[in-house]
Design a protein around this ligand. Structure first.
Ligand code: 13P
Length: 258
């Protein structure tokens, strides 16, 4: 099944509102010919309102980097799905390794967030990936498969493959310049698709987009996108400049055509 490529920027904790505005102004004219890919920009909460406003009626989807799965109540400091929808967000990153490692998010919390995002009509990009130690000790697949199985322990059967995106982000490749080889990226994303098929069947697995994340940049995006089970990228550092993110978007748009 043909899956539409997706290129996603994760700004992490970067950019003031004025910088966000300038970035979107620079990005929009540079992606005019990128009709072959979905484009998402995951921005800090403080910039989300403005980015969502500026990207309305454009091919760019504005997204949050996190949210909480309850809709309202005594959860100081948290933001809910209805709040994100209210300001025009269309997607959300769930379970980024920095949330898991720095803020203690568990597989269970990540699964609840993924489920709530889907039911709210927000596209979740669910991040999974292993540490260097886990990879070196042969525990990569145990970690990654456990993270994914936890999501399917909670996700209802009515969910279709197009409602959820996974991002394989090996922690050792994030922000290190130490990109996974294209073969490593294919190995992991292929295994993930195999697991999706096991838990939800072929049609579901064939429709889910699986992104690769970890030191993606214009110089390596082509060989990563060329892998059969890699449907796009989730990009930190190289997404912070509109010019370089636009190159990645255009590469994704061209990668799977023909
Ligand atoms: P880098 O592209 O900076 O390695 O970050 C990857 C990432 O964590 C995207 O979510």
């Amino acid at each position: 099944m043909a899956r539409r490529p997706m290129m996603a920027a994760n700004w992490k904790m970067n950019k003031l509102v004025g910088e966000a505005r300038e970035y979107i102004e620079q990005l929009l004219p540079r992606i005019e010919d990128a009709g072959g890919a979905d484009i998402a920009v995951f921005v800090p909460f403080t910039a989300l309102n403005e980015v969502a406003r500026m990207t309305r009626d454009t091919p760019i989807v504005a997204g949050a980097q996190n949210f909480y799965y309850e809709d309202s109540g005594a959860f100081t400091g948290e933001v809910s799905a209805p709040m994100l929808l209210d300001i025009g967000a269309g997607a959300v990153v769930v379970g980024h390794s920095e949330r898991r490692e720095v803020f203690g998010e568990t597989d269970e919390m990540v699964a609840r967030k993924a489920v709530r995002a889907v039911s709210a009509g927000l596209l979740p990009v669910v991040c999974v990936g292993e540490t260097k130690e886990e990879r070196d000790s042969g525990g990569m697949w145990e970690k990654v498969s456990g993270q994914i199985r936890a999501v399917f322990d909670h996700l209802g059967d009515e969910t279709s493959g197009g409602d959820i995106v996974f991002a394989y982000e090996p922690i050792w490749a994030i922000g290190t310049g130490d990109t996974a080889t294209p073969e490593d990226a294919q190995d992991a994303t292929g295994k993930i698709r195999g697991l999706l098929e096991e838990v939800r069947g072929e049609d579901f697995a064939g429709a889910v987009r699986i992104l690769y994340g970890g030191s993606v940049k214009p110089e390596n995006v082509g060989e990563i996108m060329a892998q059969e089970d890699v449907d796009g990228g989730l990009v930190g550092g190289a997404s912070l400049k509109a010019e370089s993110f636009a190159e990645l978007v255009n590469a994704a748009s061209n990668a799977k055509s023909g």
